[in-house]
Design a protein around this ligand. Structure first.
Ligand code: BTN
Length: 320
């Protein structure tokens, strides 16, 4: 056990009471300075430890808060994380950072969003019971391939759900993650394109996950479709692990883009292949069957008149 873990153990055993630095040092055979360092590190992790003169340290809250440190503990890739209590949209925040020259791998995580953005100009409900993050990318592939970023993020979220919550997740082309018949995650990729070269100045992939049930329920218009990854509220350690796993899994795929195995996984996880769907283009709605997803993440559909089309983006809804 490290000194930090031992200090935490003693403070937990004496919860609500004060233990002096001298006493901790004596019990743990270490200097008061080492105790002080351990206390500082525990506070950085979010433990609420108060110090009172002549009395010592007292732990007033057992559960660690969500902090950059609690997330970083689980990170195994090269990225820089910033944690924000409340923001309109992490995608907007990252776009601004990108315009200011921030590097690839900059990640913004928000505890909640006040103007969360969904696809096709919709809003994305973003209370504290979810997690919202955006990643800045500077890929050297063409804008055409940017759809891969969304698909990589969808696979990363599925892997995370399966690893951390043990539930099975599926993907509804192109950017929604489902558990059973409920949407638990949405992904919005935005990019700044260099029209001269067809390349990307940058891309921002934004991921929003409903972790547990919101205190005041989901808004009426999404109550039938929205679901959560966990059935109960989760603590900040598990939340940190979940966030870190999404980032780790995403970069594992992104850093090996030439290996398109993740597209196989994307297809395997698809919940719409073989299903009757409605293809929505503006005001136009057409019935079709979803036949396949190709290696460029385009959806092959067959309309009722036998015509086939490969969809690059847009919207399909599944018929039940
Ligand atoms: C959708 O379901 O239509 C896409 C939702 C994308 C939501 C995420 S949350 C983090 C990032 N910030 C935003 O404003 N949107 C994305």
């Amino acid at each position: 056990m490290t000194i930090k873990q031992q200090v935490l153990k003693v403070l937990l055993e004496n919860k609500g009471k004060s233990v002096s630095g001298e006493e901790l040092g004596k019990q743990l055979y270490c200097s008061r300075n080492a105790v002080w360092k351990a206390i500082k590190s525990l506070r950085d992790e979010g433990y609420k430890i108060v110090a009172s003169t002549n009395k010592g340290y007292s732990l007033i809250e057992e559960t660690a808060a969500l902090t950059v440190e609690t997330i970083k503990k689980y990170i195994n890739c090269d990225c820089e994380i910033t944690l924000i209590d409340k923001i309109d949209s992490t995608n907007n925040f990252i776009k601004q950072k990108a315009d200011e020259g921030e590097k690839e791998g900059f990640v913004a995580v928000a505890k909640r969003q006040t103007g969360g953005k969904g696809r096709l100009g919709r809003s994305f409900f973003s209370p504290e019971s979810g997690t919202y993050l955006s990643i800045l990318l500077r890929p050297d592939f063409s804008a055409e391939k940017s759809l891969f970023i969304t698909t990589a993020a969808a696979v990363a979220v599925c892997r995370t759900i399966e690893k951390v919550s043990n539930k099975q997740a599926g993907i509804k082309w192109v950017n929604d993650v489902f558990i059973g018949n409920k949407k638990v995650c949405g992904i919005l990729t935005e990019a700044s394109v260099d029209f001269e070269t067809g390349g990307l100045f940058y891309a921002v992939v934004g991921i929003g996950v409903n972790l547990y049930h919101p205190k005041d329920n989901f808004p009426k218009d999404i109550q039938q479709i929205a679901g959560t990854v966990f059935d109960e509220n989760i603590d900040n350690d598990l939340k940190s692990k979940f966030i870190a796993e999404i980032i780790n899994s995403f970069f594992e795929i992104y850093n090996n883009f030439e290996n398109s195995d993740f597209m196989k996984e994307y297809k395997q996880k698809s919940i719409i292949i073989g299903k009757k769907v409605t293809v929505i283009k503006g005001k136009d709605r057409q019935n079709a069957v979803a036949l396949d997803i190709d290696d460029n993440a385009r959806l092959l559909v067959e309309y009722e008149n036998g015509e086939k089309e490969k969809l690059f983006s847009g919207e399909v809804s599944i018929k039940v």
